[in-house]
Ligand binder design. Structure first.
Ligand code: NI
Length: 174
């Protein structure tokens, strides 16, 4: 496994709609292992392929907390086949928007159909943090960030500050 670089917003690569994966082959399973390592190292609870520069419909998730045993999910071509009418508010963050957290409203529970690392179709029902993280990562596959769910004012403020931070980082490396 190898760690990959996480793209920080604003960046056009985070705004692209990702393409479906035809077959889960070795290239894809390697990518998913790398993504999990990158996510655990960050640390984070989810990561989408476009965040490491691959515009394919792939996400990895592990919503285990604290002392809980690791429960990694490698998810290809996810589709939400059902979501609850009941919604929940959850404070979200994103490895591509470091240090920023905002409340986002989403359906409380979802059922997702996807292809796993063995190229087998799976269905998963999720609630709580797992549901939030899967929905957040699936947004990335449509070129959406969690800040696209909040007010224009807050979004532009966060993106403007991140742009400034990125410029300072580049300047610092020169
Ligand atoms: Ni994210």
């Amino acid at each position: 496994m190898a760690k990959r670089d996480i793209i920080i917003a604003p960046d056009p690569r985070l705004k692209m709609v990702c393409t479906r994966v035809e077959t889960v082959d070795e290239e894809i399973t390697t990518l998913m292992s790398d993504m999990l390592e990158t996510m655990y190292t960050a640390p984070g609870v989810g990561l989408a392929a476009p965040q490491v520069g691959v515009t394919k419909r792939i996400i990895v998730v592990d919503a285990a907390r604290g002392e809980e045993e690791l429960t990694p999910y490698k998810i290809v071509n996810p589709e939400i086949v059902w979501s609850s009418e009941e919604e929940k508010i959850h404070e979200e963050g994103c490895l591509s928007l470091p240090t920023y957290y905002e409340d986002v409203v989403r359906p409380d529970r979802i059922r997702v159909r996807y292809t796993d690392e063995n190229n087998t179709e799976q269905e998963l029902e999720a609630d709580g943090l797992l549901s939030v993280v899967i929905q957040h990562e699936m947004d990335h596959l449509e070129g959406l960030l969690f800040v696209d769910h909040i007010s224009n004012l807050k979004r532009s403020m966060i993106l403007r500050k991140l742009k400034k931070t990125k410029k300072q980082m580049v300047a610092g490396n020169e």
